[in-house]
Design a protein around this ligand. Structure first.
Ligand code: ZN
Length: 303
């Protein structure tokens, strides 16, 4: 299934499927059309008994820039008219206030991500470039993460939008609790070597070789009996759920909604995020994300 924003390719008689976010001109920013197409592509791969491994990739220099916060396509699909996406007249979109935002975000940022995390196939995220904020969600819902040597990871929504994180708050499980506080309170980034050391990223490849090496890695995983592969995934996921992952995600989604509601009330504009007058830089013109360093208070730009 090829859509407007997502391309699906099959390898090895369908044993491996690569789903590629294909909106490089917008740095694969996640607009509604893309997220709905991505959900359909994941579910199509899940339903297909030939498929053993699903790779999630992004076309161009960046895996995904995160949620689309106002491109032309984003505005058009929200606005009544011929280009409006049908999900902006359903899924809570006709409700008002915090209920509208909570339901829309639950369907298209929270529950869909959790659904992909529980896909009945092994999934591998193939990431390159800067992976910030909602880029993390798409990567984290996959079982394994393979990265280009230029990848960097950060969540800047605390320092730039006055938000306590993204809708799918897997941060403490991926970065560790204290590292999450550090990264979110400073907005600093970690590089791919640290991500590998943390166990978040399993393989690091030169950017030019990323697709080919990821495919070779996927072939190795695809050789496992499907029953063993799925039960390995489930054993880990169910352990995490019993440790509180699922409840933690739900609690933090609620805090996230409170945070949106706060800014909507303070600003009175319904947007639900901090503005420069609230003490954050304009996210569109904010300076570079800085690497978290060990021995100085303030990081220095390396780009
Ligand atoms: Zn949100």
């Amino acid at each position: 299934m090829d859509g407007k924003y997502v391309v699906t390719e099959r390898f090895d008689e369908g044993a491996i499927v690569r789903i590629t976010l294909n909106r490089p001109e917008a740095r694969n920013a996640q607009n509604r059309g893309m997220l709905v197409e991505l959900g359909a592509a994941f579910e199509e791969a899940e339903a297909d008994d030939r498929v053993r491994v699903v790779i999630l990739a992004g076309a161009g220099p960046l895996f995904t820039a995160g949620h689309d916060l106002g491109s032309k396509a984003d505005v058009a699909e929200r606005t009544p008219g011929p280009q409006q996406h049908p999900t902006f007249t359903s899924h809570g979109a006709t409700r008002v206030g915090a209920e509208n935002r909570m339901l829309q975000e639950w369907h298209f940022y929270f529950q869909n991500t959790l659904r992909w995390r529980n896909l009945r196939k092994i999934t591998i995220a193939e990431v390159q470039g800067t992976v910030y904020a909602a880029g993390l969600m798409l990567m984290w819902c996959c079982d394994l993460i393979v990265a280009a040597d230029n990848a960097k990871f950060a969540d800047v929504v605390g320092t730039r939008l006055g938000m306590c994180g993204i809708e799918y708050f897997a941060h403490p499980w991926e970065f560790g609790p204290r590292k999450t506080k550090e990264l979110m309170l400073t907005g600093d980034s970690i590089d791919v070597d640290e991500a590998h050391r943390l166990g978040m990223v399993s393989k690091v490849f030169p950017a030019a070789e990323l697709p080919e090496k990821t495919l070779a890695y996927a072939r190795r995983i695809a050789s496992l009996p499907t029953m063993a592969a799925l039960l390995i995934k489930e054993s880990v996921n169910q352990t995490m759920d019993n440790m509180g992952f699922y409840n933690g995600l739900q609690a933090c989604f609620t805090l996230h909604q409170l945070n949106h509601a706060h800014w909507a009330e303070v600003r009175g504009d319904g947007v639900g995020r901090a503005r420069p007058e609230d003490g954050v830089p304009d996210w569109r013109t904010a300076g570079p994300v800085l690497p978290a360093v060990r021995d100085d208070v303030k990081a220095e730009a390396d780009n």
